[in-house]
Design a protein around this ligand. Structure first.
Ligand code: GCU
Length: 440
């Protein structure tokens, strides 16, 4: 089968001149997807739902009566043989590793062993102004090099001038500003950086795509290609979400050595696909003290088992499949979301008891991410928070928009302004401030 893939891709390597290993074809996104399906012995997948065109054969569902979940969620506090987990030690020593293993094998893929640490260099240092204060801002590149391949982690770090051991917020985003705003007037109102700096904290803006391109046709590039010498992925190899989260850990390594900030009080924030990656970072990186997970939806905080908004089948389609491990494609045929050994609540449970803010736009303007499906996942993760001595969600009933649930560890809020993290930033920063005070 491998040989056939190789022949099929030869045309592609000639066309792209990409960096695959000698004799290995560079696959387009379509080819990488098809090759993975062949590896898995799958003929075809069910199509994703169409969120754009209500007249489509398979339109997205927004009818709560048909949303489910229609199967039981896997219990994070039960061992596979049904034995309940009643104490923190069994959670940490037995149950949590089982859940991590299920995510690695079935959903996110495994981080390769022995990746080299980045060598950081300062590209530029300047004084800028945010939140009415002078900020020392550095643009850094973290070079990861192996087998003649290299990746440069792109990072911007700023802290108030003279800061020492300041809390820091790491955003998965765009060090040069969001590309869709380039050349346009920035939105009215303060940037989250103004608010962070006004509090005396630092910020880091990390570009996930510098670690792994957001492109199914570039799975042989980036850190994934660096780790496996440009070969097509195996079914348990990591996808882009896991790679993007790995980058957050490398940023944290760097911040640990920066006297201006206190890496023990570092929060991570991300929106939409970067919200998914920020949630993975919280789950896999125990050093992160708090997380703001905005409009993360399917593959993030939303239950896969919900038949509302984006679906497993969308993630498993060509255009998004590179976010996931190859094995995940099986859940879009022959398996279904109901066969997953874990769900989004299990991912949130991996974060417990650390503070997590799940934010989103409300259904009317951000329906694709399924606000209620994210709330349900947080509610189902709450028993793990409680077992570990932290409060879970303060309620079982879905709150109306603009309601911040109470608590210091797991909270939820919907705003009414669409697919954007902006309106929830002030609420998150207040939540993080409490977390940082406890950690000081
Ligand atoms: C698409 C995708 C979502 C993703 C979003 C984004 O809508 O289906 O899963 O979160 O893009 O990143 O903006």
């Amino acid at each position: 089968m491998r040989r056939r893939d190789l022949l099929a891709g030869t045309a592609a390597i000639l066309a792209s001149g990409g960096p695959a290993a000698a004799g290995v074809a560079v696959l387009t996104g379509e080819q990488a997807h098809a090759a993975m399906l062949r590896r898995l012995g799958i003929g075809a997948l069910r199509p994703g739902v169409d969120g754009m065109n209500p007249g489509a054969a398979n339109p997205v569902n927004y009818d709560e009566a048909r949303a489910g979940p229609f199967s039981l969620l896997p219990d994070p506090l039960a061992l596979p043989d049904g034995t309940p987990v009643r104490d923190a030690k069994t959670w940490w020593d037995v149950r949590r590793p089982q859940i991590l293993e299920a995510f690695a094998r079935e959903i996110h893929g495994r981080v390769p062993r022995g990746l080299p640490a980045p060598a950081w260099r300062t590209v530029k240092e300047e004084r800028v102004s945010w939140g009415g204060r002078t900020v020392v801002e550095r643009r850094l590149a973290g070079d990861v090099t192996r087998h003649g391949r290299s990746v440069a982690i792109d990072l911007l770090v700023g802290a108030p001038e003279g800061a020492a051991k300041a809390p820091v917020v790491i955003e998965l985003g765009f060090p040069d500003g969001p590309p869709w705003l380039r050349g346009r007037t920035p939105p009215l109102g303060p940037d989250w950086r103004d608010a962070v700096i006004a509090r005396g904290w630092g910020y880091a803006i990390y570009a996930p795509t510098s670690v792994q391109p957001d492109d199914p046709g570039k799975l042989q590039d980036g850190i994934i290609g660096l780790a496996n010498r440009g070969r097509p992925r195996d079914p348990e190899d990591w996808g882009a979400l896991r790679a993007w989260a790995w980058g957050v850990s490398r940023v944290l390594d760097l911040l640990e050595a920066d006297p201006a900030v206190d890496a023990r009080r570092a929060a991570v924030a991300g929106m939409s696909r970067y919200g998914k990656a920020a949630l993975l970072a919280m789950a896999y990186e125990p050093r992160l003290a708090a997380g703001y997970i905005a409009s993360s939806g399917e593959g993030g905080a939303k239950l896969h088992r919900r038949r509302r908004g984006e679906q497993v089948e969308n993630l498993a389609a060509v255009g998004e499949h590179h976010w996931m491990a190859g094995n995940f494609l099986r859940y879009a045929g022959p398996l279904t979301a109901d066969d997953l050994p874990v769900d989004a609540h299990s991912l949130i449970a991996l974060v417990a008891p650390r503070p997590l803010f799940i934010g989103t736009g409300a259904d009317a303007t951000d329906g694709w991410v399924d606000a209620r499906g994210m709330f349900m996942a947080a509610a189902a993760a709450s028993p793990v928070y409680e077992l570990l001595g932290a409060g879970g969600l303060d309620r079982a009933a879905f709150p109306p928009p603009l309601t911040l649930t109470a608590g210091d560890h797991l909270v939820f809020r919907q705003h009414a302004e669409g697919h954007t993290p902006a309106p929830n930033w002030p609420y998150f920063l207040e939540f993080a401030a409490r977390a940082f005070r406890r950690a000081a």
